[in-house]
Ligand binder design. Structure first.
Ligand SMILES: [Fe+2]
Ligand SMILES: [Fe+2]
Length: 281
């Protein structure tokens, strides 16, 4: 058996410590899980896209979890496609890799291949976008007879695989199509994501889509449209055993129920201006 703990959207920062109260309870809880591996699915920092200090500090914090860590970046860690203030670029990607390691990776456990994907590259036109897709096709196809579990920041879709563009919230249809072709062509049995700050465990067309909640803050209705899933803070625990996996919501005691809405202008000043930012366009 291999126990993997997924955490996401911690949004920690020394310069903007609004959500740091949730670090001690998260750190305690993760240490008590006896995880073989911790996967962080992005938005580790408040603003790694703007401040290398955030990346350095939070990567150091994560080293204290007493388990190996693999991470994929979120939009607040490396920037985002269509964000005029913080586009994904060489400098931001290099900073992530310096402090958190590769932004795409694979690791075999039990009868599974865990595959980390950098969803911030999708649609970026950066040279690494095509490199990653070539690698992803190969590493997913070659997983057999293992089953594949993907981990990435942005969910492939919200309600349905064939839905139109959801703006800020999920992968754009153009890139989503190629990813879903891979899911269908191979035994991609699990896709674990972050970004939405909500918990959900739903099986769609035979694949299990798990939304890891944030352990930092919740997003109120003024700043996120109505969508499935639960507005809970926490994490996810996966017990991989041979070809099986048990998935459960990780209830982290003593997390403070913090809301971005109360501090949005302070934490993400660009998001309250017109145009893409934290909010949907
Ligand atoms: Fe987030
Ligand atoms: Fe995000």
């Amino acid at each position: 058996m291999a126990r993997i703990v997924q955490i996401s959207d911690t949004h920690f920062s020394r310069a903007k410590p609004h959500f740091m109260a949730n670090w001690p309870p998260l750190q305690d809880w993760v240490r008590r899980q006896g995880a073989d591996l911790v996967i962080h699915t992005g938005d580790a920092t408040v603003d790694g896209a703007g401040s290398e200090d955030d990346l350095r500090d939070v990567a150091r914090m994560m080293q204290s979890l007493e388990a190996p860590l693999l991470a994929v970046p979120g939009n607040h860690d490396v920037g985002d496609v269509g964000n005029p203030y913080q586009p994904v670029n060489d400098e931001r990607l290099a900073r992530w890799r310096t402090h958190f390691g590769p932004d795409w990776w694979s690791r075999d456990v039990e009868d599974w291949r865990l595959i980390g994907i950098d969803s911030m590259l999708f649609g970026s036109g950066h040279a690494d976008e095509a490199r990653q897709m070539t690698w992803l096709e190969g590493v997913t196809a070659a997983a057999a007879p293992r089953r594949a579990a993907w981990f990435t920041h942005r969910p492939l879709f919200i309600d349905a695989p064939d839905e139109p563009d959801t703006g800020y919230w999920s992968v754009k249809p153009a890139q989503r199509g190629a990813l879903l072709d891979l899911v269908r062509a191979h035994d991609v049995a699990l896709v674990g994501t972050g970004h939405l700050h909500r918990w959900r465990d739903a099986t769609v067309d035979g694949c299990r889509y798990v939304w890891c909640p944030s352990s930092g803050f919740l997003v109120g209705p003024d700043n996120q449209p109505d969508m499935p899933g639960e507005k809970w803070l926490g994490a996810v625990v996966y017990d991989f055993d041979g070809p099986d996996v048990a998935v459960r919501f990780g209830e982290v005691p003593d997390l403070a129920t913090l809301w971005i809405d109360d501090v949005l202008g302070d934490v993400y000043p660009h998001a309250v201006r017109p145009g893409p930012g934290l909010l949907p366009e």
